[in-house]
Write a protein that binds this ligand. Sequence first.
Ligand code: 5AD
Ligand code: SF4
Length: 469
Amino acid sequence: MIREITQEEKQSFNEYIAKIKEINSKSLNIPLAHVHSFGCQQNVSDGEKIKGMLAQMGYGFTSDTAMADIIIFNTCAVRENAEDRVFGNIGALKKLKQQNKGLIIAVGGCMVQQEHIAKRIRQSYPQVDIIFGTHVMHELPRMIYEKLAENKRQVNIPDMDGVIAEGLPVIRESKVKASVPIMYGCNNFCSYCIVPYVRGRERSRRPGEVISEVESLIKEGYKEILLLGQNVNSYGKEHNFSFARLLSALDNFEGEYKISFMTSHPKDCTFELIDTIADSKHISYHLHLPVQSGSNRILKLMNRHYDMAHYLELIEYAKKRIPDVALTTDIIVGFPGETYEDFKKTLELMEKVRYDSAYTFIYSKREGTVAAKMDDPVSDEEKGRWFRQLLDVQNAIGETAYQRFVGKTVRVLCEGIGRTADGLMTGHTRQGVIVDFPGDNGSIGKYYDVKVTRALPWAVTGELVGNAD
Ligand code: 5AD
Ligand code: SF4
C-alpha cells in the first residue's frame, strides 16, 4: 500500500524547518553541512533531497568534514565492502566530535535499516547522534531539531514501508542532468539481494507527478533526465500505467533533451519497451540489463525468473531495433554453489552479447537473504581468479566495442572539458557513449554534430561537422 505523507506531516515538516532556520540564523557564521551518499543513483538522489532540506534550514555546504556543523552519511547495504567503508568513515569522526561537541552526526539509509547494523552503531559509535532508516527521510527536520534544541539522541528506523514523500526540496548536483525517482522499493527478492529488506515493497509515484516534474526540469533547461527505480519495467502497476506508456508521455516535450533510465529487470523488460525506445525522439539508446549470470541453474537459484534463451532474445531484438544500442550489465561472480562450468557460461554470454561495459561484483553474503543460508564451498581465492578472468574477457571486448561508431556522425551536448587530449571538449551520444571533440568553454551547453574518427575502450573522439544549435 502506498501512503503519501499527509497535510499534517507536511505542515509539521515545514514548522521544524522554520524552527531550525531560526536557530541557525542566530549563529555568527552560516552553519555548514557535509552530506555524503554512498552507493547507487537512488541514494545520490536521496542525498540531493537531504541537501534541499538542509538548505531550507539555513545550512551552507562543505566538502570538508572538519569544517562541518552537521555531517550526514547516507549509506548503502548492497555489498559488505560498502558497509566497511561507512564504518571506517564513522570511526574517523570520533576525533572531530571530541574537538567540537556541538557537531551533529547523522547516519541514515539502507545500511542502518538492518537491525544488526543499527544496533552496532547505537552501541559502539556513541558519536552518532541521529540514526534514520529509509522510510523517514522526511522526518529529518524533526530529528535534527530535537537533537539541536533538546540534545536528545534520535533513533528512527520504522519497519513500515510504502511511504512516498512528494514535494521535498532538492538541491541537484548538476545543472544539466537531473535524476528523477519514479518508484521505490523492490518486490523481486533475488536471493542474494538485501534491497527488498531495506527499501521495502515496490511502489510507484503517480504518473502525473513524474510527468510534471520532468516537464518543469526540461523547461528549466535540464538536458538529461535519469529515471530511477530498482525495477523500472514494473513501474505503474498500482496506477495501471506501464513504463512504456510513461516513456512515451515523456518523449513529447518541446526542445532537445534525453531521457534515460535504470534499472531494467530482464524478466519484466518487454519487446514493447524496446519498440518504444526505438521509435522515440528523446529516449536514450542505452539499455542496462543486469544479467547476473549466464547459467540457467544459477539464475534459478538467484530467483531471477528468466533464462538465457529469453535474455538473448531481448538482446537480439534490442540490437535489431535500436541503432548502435549501448548494452551494459551487472554480473555477480561466485554466487553460492556456482561451479566453474556455470561461470564459463557467463563468459560465453559476454562473448555473445559484447557489452559496452559490465559492472562486475564478487558475491557478498548479506545477512537475512535466502542465499546467505546456501552452501558456499568455493574459496575466496578461486572466486578472485574467476573475477579477474571475467574482467580480462570484458576488457578485450571493450577494446573494440566502440568501433561501430567510427565514420558515423553523432549528436552531442557539450558538457565540459574532455580527457582524451588538450583542447577537446566532451559530451555523450544518445547511447550514453563519451565523445571528445574540438571546442572551448563557450561550447558548454550547446549541441554539436560530431563525426567519429577514433574509438577508444572508454570513449570516442571526432571532428565537428557543425553546431547543431
Ligand atoms: N553481492 C554481490 N553483488 C550484489 N549485487 C546485489 N547484491 C549483491 C550481493 N549480495 C549487485 C547486482 C546488482 C547490483 C546493483 O549489485 O549485480 O544488479
Ligand atoms: Fe535486488 Fe533483484 Fe530487486 Fe535488483 S531486482 S534490487 S537485484 S532484489
